[in-house]
Design a protein around this ligand. Structure first.
Ligand code: HEC
Length: 414
């Protein structure tokens, strides 16, 4: 937390904006990705459903037509076997879409239709659960991700021609698939005889997905980044820059002591109010400082032009005012004495002021202040000078101080 507190407002805002961006953008993109993926999968299922339905209808239609038309089949007309023609038509359609479609069964007639391990399980599920008509799932084939769709094939009256009682089946079917070896006879109407199986490569779906998602990502990110950047610029212009100027101005004023410059008001908002307030305040302070300077100047002139020596000191004896006349009497310059003890200006008189003059004054009683006192002053060159002095307490409340007015006594001095 200490690190955070020590960061500049600019960095904090940048960090917050970045976090806001991430928090807004990442879930949004994730959601959009999932939506598009679902949409593409739904689309794939729909396509699989349509070509499967086409294959199923073809199979059923051809089977019925064979029965109605008493079409005599033989090896040359093998392409008219319902499943064979349904597969063929299905494949022609699926080829354009890059899908594969075929019929499979767990009671095989043609080995070429043998189910793979996935289809075996799926067929078992379709046979066991009569309410389950199709299975759609994402899985892998030899490590490649695919989408698989299986639609149960049900036996109707017309199928029994070749899948029912072998004795009634066409001779050529019995010839190719002898009843004692073939397990695709003896079905009854309504049985699940197999399934139409569709495989859609996921690569294709994913390619579509990444293409469409790239667009979405660009527009969504663009939108959010633009939003955050605009917000950042706004904060920078409306808040950070004016604050920075304000801080810089305060530094300048502290350095120069001049209140002359004014800050430009950025806008009539809260920051504008602050800047206006600051300008007004520095104007007032400038005026006050000028007044103060003026009255100080007058006071200084007053003190300096006095014909008496005037010194002022704190109860500790520390001098803080020493006028020109005092400089003349004692031979010190004001600069030399400011902050020095009052006692330096007088010859010690242990009899009168045992603790020193300033200590005495600090505790002196009222009547002492009424009198004028004769004292031996000590000049810078260590020569003595007789002075008369009277002292006044200036009671400012919390920190009283004293002023002493001194006059050199010329007559009778050594
Ligand atoms: C005219 C005879 C005939 C009719 C009618 C017929 N089939 Fe078949 N069926 C066959 C033959 C022959 C095969 C083997 C096809 C191959 O070589 O791919 C076959 C294969 C299948 C297969 C593929 C699994 C396997 O064992 O090779 C399924 C599933 C199937 N038939 C379902 C049906 C259904 C459902 C109907 C009724 C709508 C039907 N058949 C009607 C002759 C027929």
């Amino acid at each position: 937390m200490a690190i955070w507190r020590n960061l500049s407002l600019r960095s904090k805002i940048n960090i917050i904006l970045f976090l806001v961006l991430v928090v807004l953008l990442v879930p949004r993109l994730y959601l959009q990705y999932r939506q598009q993926q679902d949409l593409l999968l739904a689309e794939a299922v729909e396509k699989a459903r349509i070509i499967t339905a086409e294959a199923t209808r073809t199979r059923e239609y051809v089977s019925q037509q064979l029965k109605i038309g008493h079409v005599e089949l033989n090896s040359d007309r093998y392409g008219l076997i319902p499943v064979v023609s349904a597969n063929r038509i299905g494949q022609l359609v699926a080829k354009d879409l890059n899908y594969t479609i075929r019929h499979t069964s767990n009671r095989l007639r043609n080995q070429a239709n043998a189910p793979d391990s996935y289809e075996q399980t799926a067929l078992r599920r379709l046979i066991e659960d009569r309410n389950l008509h199709h299975i759609a799932e994402r899985t892998t084939v030899d490590g490649t991700p695919v989408f698989r769709y299986l639609q149960a094939a049900y036996v109707d009256e017309s199928c029994l021609e070749c899948h029912g009682d072998p004795q009634k089946s066409p001779a050529f079917v019995r010839e190719i698939y002898p009843p004692e070896k073939d397990s695709s006879y003896h079905y009854r109407v309504g049985d699940v005889i197999g399934a139409v199986s569709v495989v859609i490569p996921m690569e294709q779906i994913e390619r579509q997905l990444s293409a469409s998602f790239r667009n979405t990502m660009l527009t969504t990110s663009g939108f959010f980044v633009a939003l955050v950047v605009c917000f950042g610029i706004l904060i920078r212009k409306a808040v950070l820059n004016p604050l920075h100027n304000l801080a810089a101005m305060i530094v300048t004023i502290r350095k120069t002591g001049h209140f002359t410059e004014r800050l430009p008001v950025p806008a009539q908002d809260e920051i504008g109010e602050l800047v206006n307030g600051f300008n007004a305040m520095s104007e007032e302070l400038g005026a006050k400082a000028a007044q103060l300077e003026e009255s100080e100047k007058r006071f200084r002139l007053l003190v300096e032009s006095s014909r008496d020596a005037i010194v002022a000191f704190l109860p500790t004896g520390q001098l803080f005012l020493f006028n020109r006349q005092a400089e003349k009497i004692f031979g010190y310059s004001q600069r030399e004495l400011l902050g020095e003890p009052l006692d330096r200006l007088f010859v010690p008189e242990p009899d009168a002021y045992s603790e020193g003059l300033s200590a005495f004054i600090a505790t002196a009683k009222e009547p002492w202040f009424k009198g004028v006192h004769l004292l031996k002053g000590l000049r810078k060159d260590q020569s003595q000078v007789r002075v008369e002095m009277y002292v006044t307490i200036v009671d400012t409340g919390d920190r009283p101080f004293f002023t002493a007015t001194l006059r050199e006594i010329t007559s009778g001095s050594k």
